[in-house]
Design a protein around this ligand. Structure first.
Ligand code: ADE
Length: 243
């Protein structure tokens, strides 16, 4: 699977993913990460990417034309993009395997289910905003969905894009080879994970629960289910409410 991140700070996205399992998966070619510097698609001599909002208001907005050129350079089939001069008609030539996500606090929340869904695309294009936002016409023309990583506002979408790459990669079978462990993680099956223990058997007078030492797998399974439910009830009762 391929991820392409469009950003004014591509090095921030790379740095945030340059460790542990994701780094190993990138090196092994199990996933591919490309970054595109949006500023390279500005056409004026000052390399401007933003401008003030029509109608007045705070701050600056990222320009739709600059963003569109950056997006078209990766999302559109080669040849079509080069031969066409009408920018507004380019959107129709995107391959079905390409899915464009704009990271924004206004997006749908990123959940485990959403990350699993996104893992089915061949190519995810992640667009990071900056300043006070982006021109709505870029979103209308090029973006398949907006995603938020939480109800707070970051200074830019870069960390959110790195979160998406990490969360989605865990659902690619070659990245996390132990699928059983992915399926047992928090949120799978709508519950949080049960408590886990390793050596030593007693730490600071706290013993490992007896059932885990007994080797009865049926009992262990039942205990884990019960604990998952208990932990979810205590920490995230909202997950148990059916809507
Ligand atoms: N950009 C700024 N804040 C964000 C958030 N909470 N989620 C995704 N992208 C963002």
């Amino acid at each position: 699977m391929k991820f392409t991140v469009l950003s004014l700070f591509p090095e921030a996205v790379r740095a945030a993913l340059d460790f542990s399992l994701i780094k190993k998966s990138l090196t092994a070619g199990r996933i591919e990460l490309n970054t595109v510097q949006i500023r390279d698609f500005s056409t004026d001599k000052h390399k401007t990417v933003d401008d003030s909002p029509y109608g007045g208001g705070e701050g600056m907005l990222m320009r739709a034309d600059v963003l569109h050129r950056a997006w078209a350079s990766v999302a559109l089939e080669k040849g079509v993009a080069e031969s066409s001069t009408d920018e507004s008609s380019l959107g129709s030539t995107v391959s079905a395997a390409v899915h464009t996500v704009f990271l924004s606090p206004q997006g749908k929340p990123l959940t485990s289910e959403k990350a699993r869904q996104l893992a089915s695309f061949e190519h995810l294009v992640l667009v990071c905003g900056h300043y006070e936002g982006v021109d709505q016409r870029f979103i209308d023309l090029c973006v398949d969905e907006e995603l938020s990583i939480g109800d707070y506002v970051l200074t830019g979408g870069e960390l959110a894009a790195a979160v998406v790459v990490d969360a989605v990669s865990r659902f690619i079978p070659s990245v996390v080879q132990n699928l059983e462990s992915v399926n047992r993680d928090s949120f799978e099956g709508g519950l949080l994970k049960y408590p886990q223990y390793t050596r030593p058997p007693v730490f600071e007078s706290l013993p490992v629960p007896e059932v885990l030492l007994g080797g009865d797998h049926k009992k262990i399974e039942a205990w884990r289910k019960e604990q998952s439910l208990k932990v979810t009830q205590e920490k995230r009762p909202d997950l148990l409410k059916s809507d």
